[in-house]
Design a protein around this ligand. Sequence first.
Ligand code: LMR
Length: 399
Amino acid sequence: AWAGIEAAPPDPIFGVTSAFRADKDSKKVLLGVGAYRDDAGKPWVLPCVRKAEEMIQSKQYNHEYAVQSGVAEFAKLAAELAFGKDACILQHGLNLTVQSLSGTGALRLAGDFISKFYTHSKVIYVPTPTWAVHNVLFKISGLDLKHYTYYDPKTIGLDFCGMCESIRNMPERAIILFHARAHNPTGIDPSMEQWEEISNLCKERKLFVLFDMAYQGFASGDLDSDAGAVRKFVDDGQQVALCQSFSKNMGLYGERIGACTLIAQSKEEQAKLKSQMNFLIRHMYSNPPLYGARVAMHVMGDPELRCQWLEDIKTMSARIKTARQQLVDGLKKAGSQKDWAHILNQIGMFSFTGLTKEQVLKMTKEHHVYLTMNGRISVASLGSNNVEYVANAMHAVTK
Ligand code: LMR
């Protein structure tokens, strides 16, 4: 049956993990996938999550099916987290928020839904560069993928003029994807003033805006301010779609917990969106798993756990900032004359180092340091044990 089949390309992110696992060298370091580690390089279960797990144990929940849209209380809290508790769209019941299989699952739901029901355009624009999954997933959903200008390699910063120019040239009513905060892979975001201009431009072009919010809390350590761009667009009256992930900000990677939101213009329309989304889910995976939703629901909904969560997010974002500094200090100590200030200025889990493909290959081959081909490193994987080694390797391949 499969005689003509060819192998799929290796995954640009998880493929790095596989290569790392196969390496027998004891010095090896994995800076590929974005997953938070403590200073000793160990996965970190957030204390708020541990407490939520205890609560779940004591509640003796059953294991009945969830409805297609998942745990309702979780979805409500997720929407409030993103849009703000007092957001008009929530007050008026215009949002449809469903539990998803984390951020990727939310994107797939949004992609399939838009492809099927958004009749004005089939073209989705994503930034250059963007998270590798964006470049494939939307095509599988049946959309045409195009790119807009985002990053300027010369300044290692945002090409804001180029970005605005790209948006001005988009056909009316096309679909555009933004990273809500902590752009992956560059760690470079527009300022709030720039978001305001971007929102106006999107309105002018009547674009349909899809936000991918995978790092709420990770950029600034503050959940509300990291949702600023999304809230700005909603305040401007735009009917955005939103994909949320709780992988990073609750450290629930393997539990696959996220949410997908669409916004309707009336309650009647909301009910129709809901029935169609449920139909889609029913025929994709029937209904989502309960565990991650229960954990996230308790973390967001219990006042004491929520306070702990805010602490935990600050712990993670502060450690990442320290690791950035340690890396830059290490590069200096290693003798690098280069300007590495961008490592300090970028935000979120990653740094887009500026290493070329050749330099990345050398990092891996000669130093056993594993990172994605685009030069991105997960700063969250640096710690006291490996930062000096990584800095020396980076200096060795860039001098
Ligand atoms: C990453 O970019 O490393 C993360 O978002 C993990 C993933 O699923 O790729």
